[in-house]
Design a protein around this ligand. Structure first.
Ligand code: M6R
Length: 618
């Protein structure tokens, strides 16, 4: 939810930390702060608002930038409203220790009361200030070094954290720790500098060597000496492996686009190719996916597949339900991870659970995975972020290889998740014999065409923009689709809601007459997916029903359609494809419309209010 970053080494820390915060701002952006240590003093600058607001403050006073050690934070508020005081970093009461924290200390109230009885007072409403004072108290009582004090303090903590802590009385080290929230450590040459961040993006231009801490691990980073990693609970030493980062700087920059979201929409053709590259081999008539191949019997013998996810990933899961049931004839249930984890679900070792997550860090999905595993289910992950918590927690999996997605509104994550699910469904269908060889082959050939068809669709951006201009002032919208395209209707509505703040609802087209039809009048834009294979005639009847109630119809149709064109106010064409693959195309105009409406309404497209890219709290 929040982003943390830090530097200790021989360079000026300020540009590294502040630029790192800008790259992490997708994680939360209601306040930002930085602590710079100039060799004598710690200078704290923090404010409600964005990293750019923080920069304004720091730019007013050059001495706030001085030092070779710095830690920074960009916040998505949990405990305490977003204001200057609640912003991180937080000092301990003595003023010697300072912390940045991503996560939630669930028992902070109990800990706070205990500290109050020992004479502590608190400036902020945050759980984080409680933690840093707990560390101070332990350090004083045990008369130990910072690393030990952090470790001991964390044994009393319930909740989730990724933290970086600095002690000005021992200014050659940083202590970091994680439980449930990610943290990466960038390692410089000969241990002469180290970087700390919620993901590796802040230090990509400095080092490609990184250590990702595992849950319940603590690292003491010492300039000139190196990193010592320990297990927090049993104090055992961990042999942390240095990984070579594959992510490039180019991938995390806007590359000439006005917003990350637009860049990511345009990246979809390449992202989908990257998803199926090396896996889908139409010439050989096979799909290779080691995570599925190695566990084929589990999939084939499964009583059912349960898909768990949140938000857009849940919508991709719904498409998955249609794909698995239609192609491989395996019963599927799709569950919100947040509901699944708390409703005492019936799960057995004959269930296969597929967890879908772009970030691989969503707290509810992670908890649902743990629950499913504890009940004996085989859990398969579909993640984008390599090495993420969900990727590590699952028994096997398949990455989407979409590349970094930075815009808070998911776009390429959705289409690449659907691509992975299509590959798995097709593979299982082939293995089970529920699809003929020619049908299987036809799917592969047709899926191979999708990237160029999306390229073709992206060229219609100007006409989509014109439609966006007509409906940008709407206050309510409906999105309708059937079958494979019902989840696309949900996703279209979510995209509009989250970045333009226009209320929108997605419905199965036929459900309209069971309630939402009451909303329709001449002011209501209704986006309808009416492609030629998905119950076309029935959807056309729904469109007629809308028309006779004066609703405004924006229809997504297949190239060459004539019937809907006569009734709808606007049509957007998608190229011909197989019905099961239409979601990969029908979602594109919805992404573009939401994007253009949000831009026209002057909204912050990449960082919509109240949202964060990865939801690492409940
Ligand atoms: O990283 P995840 O895929 O697990 O994230 C799940 C949702 O938080 C995410 O899809 C969210 O709904 C997006 N803002 C949608 O655009």
């Amino acid at each position: 939810m929040c982003g943390i970053t830090g530097y200790i080494g021989y360079r000026d820390a300020y540009p590294i930390v502040i630029n790192g915060l800008k790259r992490l701002e997708y994680r939360g952006y209601d306040s930002a702060g930085i602590m710079m240590y100039d060799g004598k003093e710690m200078k704290l600058s923090k404010t409600k608002g964005k990293v750019s607001d923080l920069e304004l403050i720091v730019n007013n006073e050059e001495k706030r930038k001085v030092g070779k050690i710095g830690i920074g934070h960009t916040r998505w508020a949990t405990h305490g409203v977003p204001n200057d005081t609640n912003s991180h970093p937080h000092f301990s009461e003595s003023g010697d220790l300072v912390i940045v924290h991503n996560g939630i200390i669930e028992n902070y109230d109990t800990l706070k009361k205990e500290l109050v009885t020992r004479g502590y007072t608190f400036k902020s409403d945050t759980d984080t200030e409680v933690l840093i004072n707990l560390i101070q108290e332990v350090k004083k009582n045990e008369d130990c070094k910072l690393g030990k004090a952090v470790q001991l303090a964390l044994t009393s903590v319930v909740g989730a954290y990724a933290i970086a802590v600095f002690d000005k009385t021992k200014p050659d080290e940083l202590v970091v720790a994680r439980l449930g929230s990610p943290i990466a450590i960038g390692v410089g040459k000969e241990n002469n500098e180290f970087f700390v961040a919620s993901d590796a993006s802040p230090f990509l231009e400095y080092t490609k060597n990184a250590i990702y801490l595992e849950d319940e691990e603590l690292a003491i980073i010492k300039i000139g000496k190196g990193i010592k990693v320990r297990k927090i609970m049993d104090d055992s030493l961990v042999d942390a492996t240095i990984q070579k980062l594959k992510m490039s700087l180019e991938q995390i920059e806007k590359g000439g686009y006005e917003h990350f979201m637009l860049k990511e929409i345009h990246e979809q053709p390449k992202a989908i190719i990257d998803t199926y590259r090396g896996r889908m081999l139409p010439d050989q008539g096979i799909i290779k996916m080691s995570g599925v191949d190695d566990n084929m019997s589990k999939f084939l013998n499964a009583d059912r597949i349960i898909i768990i996810a949140c938000g857009t990933s849940w919508h991709a899961g719904l498409v998955g339900e249609y794909l698995f049931e239609d192609m491989a004839r395996i019963p599927v249930e799709v569950e919100y991870a947040s509901e699944f984890r708390y409703r005492n679900p019936i799960i057995t070792s004959k269930d296969v659970v597929i967890a879908i997550s772009q970030s691989g860090e969503t707290a509810d999905t992670l908890a649902a995975i743990k629950l499913a595993k504890s009940k004996g289910a085989f859990v398969f992950g579909v993640c984008n972020v390599v090495g993420s918590s969900i990727a590590r927690e699952t028994d096997a999996g398949a990455y989407t290889h979409a590349g970094p997605e930075i815009g808070v509104a998911s776009t390429k994550a959705f289409t690449t998740q659907i691509t992975v699910l299509s590959l798995i469904a097709l593979k299982l269908a082939k293995e089970k014999g529920t699809l003929s060889t020619s049908a299987f082959q036809n799917y592969l050939r047709t899926l191979e065409l999708i990237p160029s068809q999306i390229e073709q669709m992206l060229k219609i951006d100007d006409s989509v923009k014109e439609i966006a201009a007509v409906y940008k002032d709407a206050t309510n919208c409906l999105y309708l689709g059937r079958g494979f395209n019902f989840p696309v209707a949900l996703e279209g509505a979510l995209k509009l809601k989250e970045i333009s703040y226009i209320h929108a609802e997605g419905y199965p087209a036929a459900e309209m007459k069971h309630g939402p039809i009451a909303l329709i009048d001449e002011n209501m834009p209704i986006f309808v997916i009416a492609t030629n294979k998905g119950h076309y005639e029935k959807v056309v009847s729904n469109i007629q029903e809308i028309k006779s109630r004066s609703g405004k119809i924006i229809a997504i149709v297949t190239e060459g359609d004539t019937q809907v064109k006569e009734i709808a106010d606007h049509v957007i064409e998608i190229p011909e494809t197989m019905e099961a693959l239409t979601p990969l195309l029908t979602t594109i105009p919805f992404q573009l419309i939401s994007y253009h409406i949000a831009v026209m309404l002057n909204k912050n497209v990449d960082q919509p209010r109240n949202l964060a890219k990865s939801v690492t709290v409940e």
